[in-house]
Design a protein around this ligand. Sequence first.
Ligand code: DAH
Length: 348
Amino acid sequence: MNEPVGLGALDSVLSRARTAAEEVTTAAELQRVETELLGKHGELTLVQRSLGSLDPEQRRHTGRRLNEVRRQVEEVLAERRLLLRAAERAQRLADERLDLTEVVGLRRRGRVHVVERTRQELEDVFVAMGFAVVEGPEVETDWHNFEALNIPPAHPARSMWDTLFLDLGPPESVVLRTHTSPVQIRLMQRQAPPVYAVMPGRCYRRDTPDARHIPTFHQIEGLVVDHGISFAELAGTIETFTTAYFGQDIHSRLRPSYFPFTEPSAEFEITCTICKGAGCRTCSNTGWIELGGCGMVDPAVFQAVGIDPEVWTGFAFGFGIDRCAQMRHELPDMRVLLENDVRILEQL
Ligand code: DAH
């Protein structure tokens, strides 16, 4: 007679399940115990396989006990699993808790980010000079961002802007604006000259960040359209702005350049505020920092928006707001503007 074999083994499985459930401390350990007791090669399965060799009466008896024990083992393990999961969740929450007492303790106050403040200050300078402030969308059509600005599809001048395209409409028809110049187009489409406006906003380029470039940055565009506007008014406006914003000892200069939407075109530079013109790493030892571009509005641009270039002339300029903030606050590396380290931001 082998009757006690099955029953004794079953009782031992149950008591070991209870002990093990108390001892395990992780869900993974519990899983291992479960496999040992209930798995395909586990002890209860062995007992079940041996049922065939028992006589019918014993088989019924042992079989019933086997089912009871299996259910009890499952219950014991399930209960323990719930407790372990709750403990593991509590531990995870504790680990992920952010300690904000440092910030609270120092009574730090929220403030306007330096780039936003720079935008407001630049607007103030231009508003004082009689300019209106106008905004446009950051998601632009290829036509506004390029074509209307005299940059036809596939023209080599497009390589001046490393463009991010959106997957909308026909291929490459919608872009994240690469500059604020498309706002000039939108403004001239809806307002007849004379125009005196600045257009600030965020721009996007597929640029690798370095000391002077970040891939999402801000520009402020300027546009003047009136009778008899000349290059002298452009140069005077830029000089007035430079001294008003940076102070009397910072100067501007224009260098011949090329932009498809202006003719003639120039780059404008200001004295490097970090080395005061002596030459340093930030200005590549030139003593000058490029702020942006400018020029006389190209007749092709006036034609694209239905303004008669025989009647009206104008100038335009566009420059980096982040670059201004960098120069004004003498930041050797522009990337700090994106890192949002409070210890730096609160000094600006
Ligand atoms: N949009 C130019 C750029 O991002 C900057 C610029 C140059 C704007 C000349 C102008 C301009 O309005 O006349 O590179």
